[in-house]
Design a protein around this ligand. Structure first.
Ligand SMILES: NC(=O)CC[C@H](N)C(=O)O
Length: 316
């Protein structure tokens, strides 16, 4: 399968114009900062595995990375503790429950089940080596920056907004601690997890982060290896199972690309070896996925005939 550059450019542009005026959804309301972001912002990007960027709309606007950060912390934790240990300590199955579900944790003996829900992401953070919270945080910030190919920073405004309202996540962190699946101080893990959600990225950054995954762990913009190629399949598998929360199965049927969304309005989808598609629009559906970004990313994938489940149709 060869991806024609003019076809990618047209697909991105058309997805943007087709969905620019779509309505529906609501900004995340439980984090005050996110509720205040302009709901009309909308951007669509694609970046090929060799670093060519295609973009339309508000692709330079910085928004909160939120849950998409879970993918990159997962990458780093696997790198540090090894894939098998990571899978054994955090889990690798879909939960079938909302991303912040206490029920899922309770049903599974106070264990997280997946690294891409809040519970698993906090457990993941607790596995990241570092003597202090600052050490872990620095490592995570560096990993996000390496995937993006530029220095990613914390937004104090987003972080303050989240830290002063993250009581639900704190409760989950203590449940995991009682279940033996929190491998550091639970409040420290919750604090660092909250910070990793509060960094700012653009849709362009998101596309570059995804292109680094599509390019088997090498950032195409910097040429740096950001994760072992051997850990990429687990990341993609996890994104397929849990990346779009309780809509992951529907997304797999309809779109066929490993994806990850965040309540900041970002969505990332990966065609392994080929390209990443990124979208951003703040209003979310009930599940927590951006309404417009979902449609736009799905449309780009369909226009280019991309799906990991169609591999038998590709001639090269
Ligand atoms: N799904 C998300 O993007 C959730 C991230 C958010 N920081 C939370 O912990 O609830």
């Amino acid at each position: 399968m060869r991806l024609d550059r003019s076809a990618i450019e047209a697909a991105v542009r058309t997805a943007y114009t087709d969905h620019r005026n779509d309505s529906g959804g609501k900004n995340a309301g439980y984090i005050p900062y996110l509720a205040s972001v302009n709901p009309d912002l909308f951007g669509v990007c694609a970046m090929t595995a060799d670093g060519a960027l295609f973009e339309a709309g508000d692709t330079g606007f910085e928004f909160a990375l939120e849950s998409i950060s879970k993918v990159f912390s997962m990458a780093w934790a696997m790198e540090k503790v090894g894939l098998e240990t990571f899978q054994e300590k955090v889990g690798a199955d879909p939960t079938g429950e909302p991303f912040n579900s206490v029920i899922s944790v309770a049903l599974h003996g106070d264990t997280p089940v997946s690294p891409l829900v809040n519970a698993g992401a906090m457990s993941t953070v607790s596995l990241i080596p570092g003597d202090t919270a600052e050490d872990k945080w620095e490592a995570i910030l560096q990993v996000q920056s390496a995937f993006a190919g530029r220095k990613i920073s914390l937004s104090d405004e987003v972080n303050d907004s989240e830290q002063s309202t993250n009581f639900h996540n704190r409760a989950i962190a203590w449940l995991l601690y009682s279940g033996g699946t929190m491998y550091s101080d639970p409040m420290e893990a919750c604090d660092v997890y909250t910070r990793q959600c509060s960094t700012l990225v653009t849709a362009r950054d998101l596309a570059a982060m995804g292109a680094s995954i599509a390019n088997r762990g090498i950032n195409p913009l910097t040429g740096d290896r950001v994760v072992s190629a051997a850990n990429i399949p687990a990341m993609l598998a996890e994104m397929t199972m849990e990346g779009m929360y309780t809509a992951s199965g529907d997304w797999a049927y309809r779109v066929g690309l490993p994806g990850k969304s965040g309540v900041g309005g970002g969505i990332l989808a990966i065609m392994p070896g080929k390209l990443a598609i990124a979208g951003f629009a703040p209003p979310l559906d009930e599940v927590g996925n951006s309404v417009k970004a979902q449609r736009a990313v799905a449309q780009v994938a369909a226009a280019l005939g991309l799906s990991i489940y169609k591999a038998s149709e590709y001639s090269d």
